[in-house]
Design a protein around this ligand. Structure first.
Ligand code: ACO
Length: 325
């Protein structure tokens, strides 16, 4: 198969910061609780005129430049998101138009695992010879589906976008393995119930706050602790590596305690993980590509390094990949 890897990374986060201190004014919570239970200190919120495609567009531009390519070179666009600009057209088509690209474009829905699912999809399409490269974006404006009267969820989420361009790389480098998983039985644990065909928007769905995220936090937490370590382990094994070979773990940023438990299971120290949850909270599909872009910016990845990317989320879903930089 054609070796496929990351050619360039990009990210964009909105300027507006929402701190724990500001949340103290909004719901019955406090900075100390949020920091010790989640690791989050602040998160970014999109401006009122900014939608998911606006964040995605900026991250994408950076990824294309960093890949040494131009928009004309891009052959496929996938946007992973649970907060599309609208039900349709897809956010990927909106981004395509903003970029001035002409290639096929589609959205992929796998909640916080969306970026890994999208990478696996794009990797397969490139390996099959259908396309030479792909722009893969994880972008969210979770603030638009967050209930800022619900202290159980509103402290967790933030807005942002990360992007990569993937394509052929020298032999021995690039993606070594993918693991994807889903368990629809857990779908009720994490959802936005309203606004789809089951419960179209009505005055009642608005009154019942069914257009914002419902989460059974404790259940999701237990699932996450179990799956993050095991999905990463599986990808490492499939790649023919062992845990100690991993130079950098880039985990989904949902809760610092979930990341720490994954690190324990993988027998990795905290300096082997890119952790930015304190600044951004949980950006769903955007968390992993933003963290990856920051790892590159900070010079934390060098040629030959083995990286493990791992995420989990609504669906329930999970996904992981091991790649050689
Ligand atoms: N401030 C103060 N107290 C709070 C807050 C808050 N913001 N939120 C909850 N509490 C209270 C609860 O009401 C509860 O009080 P009680 O015991 O009197 O009932 C107490 O704190 C403990 O609540 P728990 O839910 O047990 O707290 P826990 O340690 O589980 O932390 C959290 C909650 C942070 C939500 C955790 O469960 C978690 O991180 N879950 C996973 C979330 C996640 O990973 N989501 C991923 C995917 S998101 C996506 O796909 C879009």
């Amino acid at each position: 198969a054609i070796p496929v890897g990351i050619l360039g990374t990009g990210k964009y986060v909105p300027e507006r910061v929402l701190t724990n201190q500001q949340l103290e004014q909004m719901v019955d919570t406090n900075d100390e609780w949020i920091v010790t239970r989640t690791g989050i200190k602040e998160r970014r919120l999109a401006a009122s005129e900014e939608a998911t495609s606006d964040l995605a567009y900026k991250a994408a531009q950076q990824a294309i430049v960093n890949a040494g390519l131009t928009v004309e070179d891009i052959e496929l666009i996938i946007v992973a998101t649970i907060t599309p600009d609208m039900l349709f057209p897809s956010t990927a088509c909106i981004v395509q138009e903003k970029l001035g690209a002409t290639c096929p474009a589609f959205d992929l829905s796998a909640a916080c695992s969306g970026f890994i699912y999208s990478l696996a999809t794009a990797n397969g399409l490139i390996q099959s010879g259908l396309y030479k490269n792909a722009l893969v974006i994880g972008a969210e404006t979770l603030s638009r589906i967050t209930d800022y009267t619900d202290r159980n969820t509103c402290i967790l989420f933030g807005d942002g976008a990360g992007a990569v361009v993937i394509g052929e790389v020298p032999a021995g480098r690039g993606f070594q393995s993918f693991v994807l998983g889903a368990d629809g039985k857990g779908g009720e644990l994490l959802k936005v119930a309203g606004g789809g065909s089951r419960k179209p928007a009505t005055v009642e769905t608005v009154t019942n706050r069914e257009h914002s995220i419902y989460m059974a936090g404790n259940e999701v937490f237990k699932f996450a602790v179990r799956i993050m370590g095991s999905a990463a382990e599986e990808a490492i094994e499939k790649a023919g590596l062992s845990k100690k070979d991993i130079d950098l773990l880039v985990p989904h940023q949902a809760n610092i305690r979930i990341i720490q438990s994954a690190l324990n299971r993988l027998e990795l120290t905290e300096d082997k993980a890119l952790i930015n949850i304190d600044q951004y909270g949980n950006m769903s599909a955007a968390s992993i590509p933003v963290a990856l872009a920051e790892a590159v910016e900070q010079g934390r990845v060098k040629e030959g390094d083995a990286l493990c990317l791992v995420g989990f989320g609504g669906g329930l879903t999970w996904g992981s990949t091991v790649l050689k930089w």
